[in-house]
Design a protein around this ligand. Structure first.
Ligand code: HEM
Length: 443
């Protein structure tokens, strides 16, 4: 039995993309500032409400996709900033203090670039994020045009649009721009997802079964009853410098004196997985059976001689259950930016990850792992160094050079300062209201 008590959730009143990813290959993320006419703003919310995909609808779409292969089913979701509730004159707004303060207020905590330098959509008067998804880009364009028409009619301003596009490897797995399988490890809530993991490698070493009420679901103060739920939704635009990252990977391989075939271990130690997703703590080359099992922890690698402590996935989830479980987030990110089909181009800008995650407590989850784990030279122990992927500030020489195993499984260490090549371009904290909550906000 899954840990989540589904009798306490109205799945028809819950937005999709929280308990499971929406799975569409293309998205448009529309950042909107409401106009001054409250009646028109409410009318816009009413229109969006007719489009928003509930979890029930998302599940029906998924079943239809599996049964018939129909691939152009739209997905819509709505996320609101704290300021949106103020504009709508709502006093009972979601309570998380970080949500109420906004992401820019955490700039020092997160070592983010100053908010005035962020990309245009991420401005203090941002009110809403409308996420539209489709597996066909032409269909997505039509849905976006329709939504922009409504935004204009409401006297609202489109502050900017961030387009997401899934990248895949030859096996069809989603990857990020550095070339590594992403999204493999997630907290799971539905029994069929948990059963799927049990069938693909087991769940005894890492149990992905999480209680959604301790991970992603909180009460929606505007909802119709106690089964009306929402989530705090983190959005961060993270630009990746692919060329510099690949150069750094080669420099690390050289420091470790790895020959051509073994050179991939360098990148695998930085990420914690080989490009195909094989965990480096389990073996010294890629190629584990597909789908790659996620049933592992670091107990048999206690000294970090296979997956170093600073490796991205080890920093971000040390897999000490149950103590680290309060940090776990459902990640819903998607890459942005176009690449050559063979990914042989090496962009230095214009590509990256639209990082998104569902939280019940922003301090306890997102901010804690970014600040106290990724950015912290001394986690889990003094001298560890920053996360080589997302340690902040990116593009700066790390205060502490990370220490890399001289060879896979070797106790000897080689210092090499692996600078993160990810730049934060802006972001915000949102709340994903229930469908009944949106209805109430619209009336
Ligand atoms: C451009 C930025 C990023 C890149 C390129 C990136 C890349 C990756 C990759 C390749 C994986 C392995 C696939 C998997 O285990 O699911 C991963 C896992 C993960 N990442 Fe990131 N990531 C980025 C940003 C972030 C951020 C901002 C956070 C949180 C603050 C984060 C947290 C995690 C977590 C929790 C995991 C799963 C670890 C596990 O459960 O073993 N990542 N990331």
């Amino acid at each position: 039995m899954a840990k989540t008590d589904f009798t306490k959730i109205n799945l028809g009143d819950l937005q999709g993309n929280i308990l499971r990813g929406h799975g569409r290959n293309y998205t448009a993320n529309l950042f909107v500032k409401f106009g001054t006419d409250l009646v028109k703003t409410k009318a816009l919310l009413g229109f969006i409400r007719t489009k928003v995909t509930s979890q029930t609808q998302q599940d029906a779409d998924r079943a239809a996709f599996k049964a018939t292969g129909v691939i152009d089913l739209p997905f819509h979701s709505l996320y609101l900033t704290s300021k949106a509730y103020d504009v709508l004159s709502v006093t009972t707004k979601p309570v998380d203090p970080k949500f109420r303060a906004g992401m820019a207020a955490s700039q020092n905590t997160l070592s983010d670039p100053v908010a005035t330098s962020w990309d245009p959509p991420f401005k203090p008067d941002l009110h809403a994020l409308i996420l539209i998804g489709n597996d066909r880009e032409d269909k997505l364009d039509q849905l976006v045009s329709q939504m922009i028409g409504q935004i204009n009619t409401a006297g609202a301003t489109l502050l900017g649009t961030e387009r997401g596009r899934v990248l895949r490897n030859a096996r069809g797995d989603g990857i990020e721009h550095f070339g590594y399988v992403d999204g493999r490890s997630q907290p799971l809530f539905f029994q069929d997802d948990i059963d799927g993991e049990a069938a693909h490698g087991g769940t005894d070493l890492w149990n992905p079964d999480f209680d959604a009420f301790n991970t992603a679901l909180v009460a929606d103060p505007q909802g119709v009853d106690t089964r009306s739920l929402g989530t705090y939704f983190i959005f961060r635009k993270l630009e990746q410098n692919v060329r510099r990252f690949k150069e750094m990977e080669s420099a690390l391989a050289e420091s470790l004196q790895l020959e051509s075939d073994d050179a991939e271990i360098a990148g695998a130690m930085a990420v914690g997985r080989f490009e195909d997703g094989t965990p480096v703590t389990l073996q010294n080359s890629e190629g584990m059976i597909h789908p790659i099992p996620n049933n592992f922890n670091y107990k048999s690698d206690a000294s970090g001689s296979r997956c170093p402590f600073h490796g991205h996935i080890r920093k971000m989830n040390p897999r000490n259950q149950p103590s680290d479980d309060i940090r776990i987030m459902a990640r819903r990110g998607i890459p942005f930016g176009k690449r050559d089909a063979d990914l042989a181009d090496m962009p230095e800008s214009g590509v990256g990850l639209l990082f998104m995650a569902c939280n019940i407590d922003i301090s306890r989850q997102f901010e804690f792992v970014q600040q106290s784990w990724a950015n912290n030279d001394s986690f889990p122990a003094g001298g560890t160094g920053k996360d080589p992927i997302i340690g902040q500030p990116g593009f700066a020489i790390p205060a502490t050079a990370q220490k890399w195993p001289k060879a896979w499984g070797d106790a000897a260490r080689v210092p090499c300062a692996f600078t993160p090549f990810v730049r934060m371009r802006g972001g915000e904290y949102f709340f994903a209201p229930s469908l009944s909550g949106i209805t109430r906000l619209a009336t």
